[in-house]
Design a protein around this ligand. Sequence first.
Ligand code: CU
Length: 173
Amino acid sequence: MKVINVITGLLLCAAGPACAHIVLEQKSAPAGSYYKATFMVGHGCEGSPTTGITIDLPVAMAVVKPMPKSGWQLATETMPPPQPMTLHGRAVEQVVRRVQWQGGSLADAHYDEFVLLLQLPAQTGPLYFKVLQQCAAGRSEWTQIPQPGGGRLSYPAAVLEVLPVAPPKHHHH
Ligand SMILES: [Cu+2]
């Protein structure tokens, strides 16, 4: 039975945009900018309602502000930044490395969003956010990162492309 469920899920996912996995609403943003990371949760785990969302931050960011959600308990884990960081001229002592919303219930038939305000790093390229989706029955780990030459991923991590900042325009007099 379990195998049949999994296959059905994959077929539904292959069907098109109705299967959204857990993805970011806005898929690119400039380096160093403030970015509203909206994680879209389009379904539960094999039909079971979502009861928890955990997001791992892929790199140290000076600003990580999760948006509270009514009916969900919000928790963060922090760590000292791996390299010295400043925000508004002051040293940052702790950065958020994990955010968790728990204790809610999002039916498989419904849709919801989980939001972080971030200040993106200066480095460009893809940032992969690993997301753990806990459900009343089971869990889905959206943690797969594409490899060169690899095939389609069943449980891809949410990805944001950090873009170069447009060079300032020079004024010639
Ligand atoms: Cu999906």
